[in-house]
Design a protein around this ligand. Structure first.
Ligand code: G3P
Length: 217
């Protein structure tokens, strides 16, 4: 499963990128707002740092304007994936922008039928939001499994990009059901390294090593 980082904080991306953990980056208007940065500048900076796709989201609601915004965002760098919302206008924009050779990430997906439409419109990525479905007592992971099955039934090559990942359990489950990509905040990716038995085992090894009086360096 590819790891995208869901943030517009350049320092956090750089830290994970140095470990080879970053296959791409996703941003959205809320993340741009949190970063306090100019969308064009910060997207350029991220796209220069990371080799993989960097999603930058349009903010227009009508298809023609989305297409214009998408073209402008796509010009920032060759690895930009234009992000459009899963509305009828967004699907139209997806179709035009993919025909023009751009990567398109269709976002705010909350149903299997929406994901099917995005694949028909030629989306490179579909972004179902797991955490936000869980927030309203629905099962976000069931949606990922359903989309996986539908895409496999018909050989769609749209990649499932599990988004709104809030916990390490979401990450594990997304991998188990065959999500192609997950996008998670840096904090969640770091938490995936944690296990109490690792900490306990390490403390015990260190205590015994101390008793040997030896040094490696
Ligand atoms: O990738 C979409 C993500 O940013 C949404 O996450 O936690 O705001 O639902 P969240």
């Amino acid at each position: 499963m590819k790891f995208f980082v869901d943030t517009a904080e350049v320092d956090e991306i750089a830290e994970l990128n140095a470990l080879g953990m970053v296959d791409g980056v996703t941003t959205n208007p809320s993340l741009i707002m949190k970063s306090g940065r100019d969308i064009l500048e910060v997207t350029k900076e991220i796209a220069e740092m990371v080799e993989g796709p960097v999603s930058a989201e349009v903010v227009a609601l009508e298809a023609d304007q989305m297409i214009e915004e998408g073209r402008k965002l796509a010009k920032i760098a060759p690895n930009i994936a234009v992000k459009v919302p899963l509305t009828w206008a967004g699907l139209k924009a997806c179709n035009v922008l993919t025909d023009e050779g751009n990567m398109v990430n269709v976002t705010l997906c909350f149903s299997a039928n929406q994901a099917l439409l995005a694949a028909k419109a030629g989306a490179t990525f579909i972004s179902p939001f797991i955490g936000r479905l869980d927030d309203i007592n629905l099962d976000g992971m069931e949606l990922i499994a359903d989309i996986r099955q539908i895409y496999d039934n018909y050989g769609f090559d749209t990649q499932i990009l599990s988004a709104s990942i809030r916990t390490v359990n979401h990450a594990y489950q997304a991998a188990m059901v065959g999500s192609d990509v997950m996008t998670a905040p840096p904090k969640v990716i770091k938490q995936m390294a944690e296990h109490p038995l690792t900490d306990k085992g390490l403390a015990s090894f260190m205590a015994d090593w101390e008793k040997t009086g030896q040094k490696i360096l």
